[in-house]
Write a protein that binds this ligand. Structure first.
Ligand code: CBF
Length: 791
């Protein structure tokens, strides 16, 4: 390893050790690791080709992979070797790992889930390819200026992305616009614009390097670099028109996963990567000499949300227009290949494209969508339409074109059946299945929490790394005082690490003995960060009034970005920062309560915050969070959840036991019922002196003295509509928080509850989730050689 690092430093980077920066060392280490990855990757790829194994193709607009050095070193079992080699060279492994920027190619849960799935697919030895977009700028960087969110472009690609291999020979034409002509029953699409999709491959190596898959990200290139004739005429703008289109397509990740933005460009992005992926998988299949009619035996295509839902019409187009299949045959064949995962019930997130726009960008696909709709109506008269009120409804399209549709938690799947797809579910009662989300324990325990994972391995061995159910062996230890002390010592060391970081980054002193209460996720009204900050104000009021009443000291930690165009979410951020500024400067409560909101929350920050958390805030309005995966990461790392019966909270509570979970709030059914009562918010506020006081303080400018009316609008929404029922759940949330305070005082008992959480999380491994998809949807198994090696 040492020699390899030095060789890469010299020949890869042109540096000698004496003049190398941290960046140079990181690049050299990464190259040394990458060589070893390739030694696992190429044989896996060859084996998959040779055995003609069925492959999974996971199409996702987002892969939130974060940093890779440590992940790769860990999966290859090389962390100790890398650390030792660098130390011999006078370098600090931890510093070098921290130098890596986060690959922020995703917004939140959906993108991070895709990254966990890639890890599990490789670990389980399921031949798979992830397909996505190589965005030039990942999710924006967040800064706070006077408490308000400011967005700056993210620039991860300004540095060499060392893990990827460019594949200039893998290139597809992606066309847009123009018109379609029909001659002799054959469609001819004459497009108006063309870009090229070229591939960049990143190896994804599973545990112990037993199997390797590929994450293939597409970049757009102009068909010709520029038009020399126009350039020579002095018309520089038209000379570089095709270059501009290509650059725009891959330029930014849309900073929002719940609303439609930049409609036309987003539609082009979606079609761009989906078409390239479908063309690529067909080419791979045909190069094996296969008959296209057998494609479903070789390819399981999973649509991660509706973003790649154009895959159905695109596959049909290629089958009919290029391979000469009949339309109905192509539809049936496409359906056998496609699966669709629904990740949300929020109506604004179910994509709908105006028909005129869709037809302008993808005229041939609009014809095919009409055929799909006619076919479905013929077979199921009166069924829900794909084309409705002048829109192309991508949810309905994805549903109709998939042989299986899945929700991401038990509750969410039931609600999918009862609400968004109720009518389609009646017609296709076998189609919807549940695959509760999961997380990879290799990243979210092994790598991010060395203190706890070392303790666990010392006690029960390392089988849990590939079989998370093994954690159940820890359950009997909830009565073992010595083990519980060790468990809490690991937590304490993570809390100290976080406290030091907060002091260094934000200048705020926080006491590691206090309860660390953490809410990290995108800022959204349904996730109810505003309820959390209102509760913080209420607690502060009580603490100030009776500072000696034996309070449990708390540190409230927030993290998360708001979509740039989401005004209310940005106001919530501002309020949290204003409240933090007031509370953190209060001498009366300085040892009792702190509010910490570090800017630019990302995967790397999560890896530090989660191991240090005592309490995990999962407080969404019931029925709104499809699953959540942060909730799983916290519980796995020994935090207790305060939460509603929403998403995967329901299943987490079942697994860890009701006594180890702080439950509050209305259920999904009660939420729906409550909304039928006009004035429910006012009634709740009228019944709660605590809420009246807090709203009064905010309106008077207690937290924004220089601008007292700053939050009048925000407070007004609680009185007028409060669609997410903060007011209805507030008092029960406050009381439950006080129960958590009491529980935290009994250290031994808290340790037992925390340990039981960790020990009960076996079900929530993404290995289990992937096995579910493999059995219920993809009909693929792990490669026998990999399964045997894992035994
Ligand atoms: O299923 C993964 C996650 O997806 C979302 O983030 C999404 O983008 N729709 C949901 O909001 C999460 O509940 C879910 O865990």
């Amino acid at each position: 390893m040492k020699n390899d690092i030095l060789r890469h430093l010299r020949y890869g980077l042109g540096k000698d050790a004496a003049h190398s920066s941290t960046y140079d060392w990181r690049m050299a280490l990464s190259r040394a690791l990458r060589d070893r990855m390739v030694d696992h990757w190429i044989p896996s790829t060859q084996a998959a080709y040779k055995s003609k194994s069925k492959r999974v193709y996971y199409l996702s607009m987002e892969f939130l992979i974060g940093r890779l050095v440590e992940d790769m070193a860990s999966n290859l079992g090389l962390v100790d070797e890398a650390r030792a080699a660098l130390s011999d060279l006078g370098q600090d492994y931890d510093l070098i790992v921290k130098d890596e920027p986060d690959a922020a190619l995703g917004n939140g849960g959906l993108g991070r889930l895709a990254a966990c799935f890639m890890d599990s697919l490789a670990t389980l030895g399921i031949p798979a390819m992830g397909y996505g977009i190589r965005y030039e700028h990942g999710l924006f960087e967040q800064d706070f200026v006077e408490g308000q969110q400011v967005e700056r472009p993210e620039t991860w690609l300004q540095q060499d992305h060392i893990w990827e291999f460019e594949r200039p020979e893998v290139e597809y034409r992606i066309t847009f616009g123009g018109h379609v002509e029909h001659h002799h029953d054959k469609a001819h699409w004459h497009p108006g614009e063309t870009v090229l999709a070229t591939a960049y491959d990143t190896p994804v190596i599973g545990w112990k390097g037993r199997w390797g898959n590929t994450l293939r990200l597409w970049a757009a290139q102009p068909v010709k670099v520029f038009d020399l004739a126009s350039f020579n005429r002095g018309d520089y703008l038209s000379a570089s028109r095709s270059e501009a289109l290509a650059r725009t397509i891959c330029r930014v990740l849309y900073p929002d996963d719940t609303t439609e933005t930049g409609k036309e460009l987003r539609l082009k992005q979606e079609y761009f990567f989906t078409s390239a992926s479908i063309q690529d998988l067909i080419r791979r299949f045909m190069s094996d000499g296969g008959d296209i009619r057998n494609l479903p035996d070789a390819a399981a295509i999973q649509l991660n949300d509706t973003h790649p839902a154009i895959a159905g019409p695109e596959l049909i187009r290629l089958l009919v227009d290029d391979h000469g299949l009949k339309m109905d045959e192509a539809m049936a064949l496409a359906r056998r290949c496609l699966g669709y995962t629904n990740h949300t019930l929020l109506p604004e997130a179910l994509e709908r494209w105006p028909e005129w726009l869709f037809g302008r960008v993808l005229p041939r696909h609009l014809e095919i969508v009409r055929e799909i709709e006619d076919d479905h109506q013929r077979r199921f008269p009166g069924s829900p339409r794909i084309l409705e009120h002048g829109n192309v409804c991508m949810g309905e399209l994805a549903f109709i074109m998939a042989h299986k549709v899945n929700g991401v938690s038990a509750l969410h799947t039931e609600l999918v059946k009862q609400t968004v797809f109720a009518d389609l579910h009646k017609l296709h009662p076998q189609r919807i299945v549940n695959e509760t989300n999961g997380i990879t324990q290799r990243r979210w325990l092994k790598t991010c929490n060395p203190a706890l994972s070392t303790l666990i391995t010392g006690q029960i061995g390392d089988g849990w790394i590939t079989d998370l159910d093994e954690l159940a062996k820890l359950k009997p230890l909830s009565g073992d005082a010595q083990f519980k002390d060790a468990f809490m010592a690991a937590k304490r060391s993570n809390k100290e690490r976080l406290s030091n970081w907060v002091k260094a980054e934000m200048g705020i002193d926080i006491d590691p003995a206090a309860m660390f209460d953490v809410q990290i996720k995108r800022i959204h009204e349904y996730k109810r960060q505003h309820m959390n900050i209102l509760e913080t104000i209420a607690l502060w009021n009580e603490m100030k009034a009776r500072p000696d009443a034996g309070w449990t000291p708390r540190v409230k930690i927030f993290g998360g970005k708001a979509a740039p165009g989401y005004y209310v979410a940005k106001e919530i951020i501002h309020l949290i920062n204003d409240v933090a500024a007031t509370i953190n400067n209060d001498p009366v409560t300085k040892d009792l309560l702190k509010v910490v909101y570090p800017p630019n929350y990302n995967v790397t920050m999560a890896e530090m915050l989660i191991p240090a958390a005592d309490l995990s805030e999962q407080i969404s309005t019931a029925g709104k969070e499809a699953s959540g995966t942060g909730n799983m990461k916290f519980a796995l790392n020994g935090a207790l959840t305060i939460g509603t019966l929403d998403g995967a909270n329901v299943e987490i509570r079942e697994h860890v036991g009701a006594e180890n979970f702080f439950l509050f709030g209305l259920t999904a059914d009660e939420v729906m019922e409550r909304r039928t009562h006009p004035g429910y918010a006012r009634a709740a506020i009228d019944a709660s002196p605590r809420m009246q006081r807090i709203f009064g303080q905010i309106v008077e400018g207690r937290f924004s003295p220089q601008d007292p009316s700053r939050y009048h609008g925000l407070v007004g929404t609680f009185y007028d509509s409060d669609y997410f029922l903060v007011t209805c759940d507030f008092d029960s949330y406050y009381d439950t928080q006080r129960r958590a305070d009491e529980a935290f005082k009994n250290e031994r008992n808290w340790a037992a509850m925390a340990l039981t959480n960790t020990a009960s999380m076996g079900f929530f491994s993404s290995d289990r989730t992937i096995k579910g998809y493999a059995k219920d949807i993809w009909h693929v198994g792990p490669r026998p050689d990999v399964a045997e090696a894992a035994e």
